[in-house]
Write a protein that binds this ligand. Structure first.
Ligand SMILES: Nc1nc2c(ncn2[C@@H]2O[C@H](COP(=O)(O)OP(=O)(O)OP(=O)(O)O)[C@@H](O)[C@H]2O)c(=O)[nH]1
Ligand SMILES: [Mg+2]
Length: 436
């Protein structure tokens, strides 16, 4: 793998229209509850999301992973036959490859090879549209490369027969590369800090208004942007393409009983999201963390809908907005795409949803269920919120700002050095306020 630190483009040199073979790896222990076919389809979808021309696809079953190539010898030969026969210049392996495995496969198959993490980084690198998004992707990418350098370095040491050998030419080069990467990462982190400061100014301004914020979350391609457009009259890109949305978008929506509310469309989640990206997108998903309500949009017509739900909850937990968190915001599940279901299954879901408070069956495409969803959102936002009379020293600007951010400040009066506020707060926020 070549490392081009100067360009800062954050790509692994995959070109649009490149002919590729996509390989699924069926390991019994991995990604439980998913069908191998749906998994392979998702990997093909990821490849197509950056314009790769998928000319062959197949899942290989793996009994025991081989350290050198992951797949067995015969399997690697078959794959080489597939890439040759299809004139493919790229092999996408839907698994996590060690640097050594990636390199050996490149040699034995005779094409470039990228793994799932590399593929997802490619997509994010191509899609990120805002300055912050681009910086975060680049950071994630450098982190990925740095990891690869460290590992190939220990590999080289092993080849040289232990740790006693210092100062070899290979090591010097790798050390130099690592320092370049570290420097560049430090610079990006500083730039990100700057961007974040600007953004939080914007957010403070927004939050000072007592409008509730609702964030759409969900697996990629679940229909978040379609729902967002339906509810806001907006024109966000909604496409049958994985990771169509990368940067969050906010817009005003109308809700019964509210002057105004803000809906936020966000990046979709995917299983085995590279850890570098979870860290990198935490900031982008601050919209989610600071929202008053989450709507988890689910594609109920997808065969792996339950495994996808687990993935989404897992990522939310990693972001610190998991359901286990006591102070977590309420969540509603929007059971989307019910128009695609057989009538019996649709009826069964509708019946189940009627019994539950936290679920609304919808079709973002046809508009079915959207009025019910609006009502449920309004109910949840009002649910249990109460008026509190709070007195604070006028010097406590932090807490006063917090109340404006989290609550609906009805009245605020200053007497000498004391500020009296009348604030409507949800029980969660009241508990949070008391522990400030
Ligand atoms: N049949 C049907 N298709 C839907 C429905 N909602 C969305 N879709 C389709 O699903 C695909 C994905 O929709 P998006 O709104 O882009 O999904 P997303 O969740 O924003 O996806 P990412 O931004 O990639 O995470 C599009 O082809 C939509 O037309 C629905 O209720 N029924
Ligand atoms: Mg979207």
């Amino acid at each position: 793998m070549t490392i081009d630190i100067s360009s800062g483009s954050g790509t692994l040199d995959v070109t649009r229209g490149e002919r590729a073979v996509v390989i699924g790896v069926d390991q019994q222990s991995r990604r439980e509850g998913r069908s191998a076919d749906a998994r392979l389809d998702e990997a093909v979808g990821l490849a197509e999301a950056i314009g790769i021309d998928v000319v062959g696809q197949r899942t290989f079953r793996l009994r025991s992973p081989k350290p050198a190539t992951l797949l067995g010898k015969g399997q690697v030969e078959e794959i080489a036959g597939m890439t040759k026969g299809n004139e493919a210049g790229l092999l996408v392996v839907d698994a996590s490859l060690t640097p050594v495995q990636q390199k050996s496969l490149e040699e034995q198959v005779g094409t470039k090879v990228i793994d799932r993490t590399g593929l997802i980084l490619e997509i994010f690198g191509e899609r990120a549209a805002t300055a912050e998004g681009r910086l975060q992707v680049e950071l994630a990418h450098l982190d990925y490369q740095a990891g690869r350098l460290v590992r190939s370095w220990t590999h080289l040491e092993r080849q040289r027969g232990g740790f006693g050998f210092l100062g070899g030419p290979g090591e010097t080069q790798i050390e130099a590369d690592r320092r370049l990467i570290r420097d560049r990462m430090a610079r990006i982190r500083r730039e990100l800090e700057q961007v974040k400061r600007t953004r939080s100014l914007h957010r403070d301004r927004r939050h000072r208004a007592p409008w509730p914020v609702i964030a759409l979350v969900g697996y990629t391609n679940a229909g978040k942007s379609t729902l967002f457009n339906r509810m806001t009259g907006g024109e966000v890109l909604a496409e049958n393409m994985l990771f169509a949305t990368l940067d969050p978008t906010m817009r005003e929506i109308r809700l019964p009983g509210f002057d105004k509310a803000i809906l936020s469309d966000t990046v979709g989640f995917v299983s085995e999201l590279p850890t570098q990206l979870v860290a990198a997108f935490r900031a982008t998903l601050e919209e989610v963390a600071s929202a008053d309500l989450l709507i988890h949009v689910r594609d109920m017509a997808h065969p792996d809908r339950d495994a996808q739900r687990e993935d989404v909850l897992g990522v939310l937990a990693q972001l610190g907005v998991g359901a286990e968190d006591e102070a977590a915001q309420p969540q509603i599940e929007a059971w989307n795409k019910v128009d695609l279901l057989e009538p019996e299954e649709r009826d069964a879901l509708v019946t189940e949803a009627e019994r539950r408070e936290d679920v609304v069956p919808i079709s973002a495409l046809s508009g079915f269920g959207l009025d019910a969803l609006r009502e449920r959102i309004a109910e949840q936002l009002h649910h249990g919120s109460q008026l509190h009379d709070i007195s604070l020293p006028a010097s406590d600007g932090g807490k006063i700002a917090w109340l404006h951010a989290r609550g609906d400040v009805i009245e605020q009066r200053t007497h000498d050095s004391e500020v009296r506020l009348q604030v409507r707060l949800s029980p969660e926020n009241w508990a949070r306020f008391q522990s400030l």
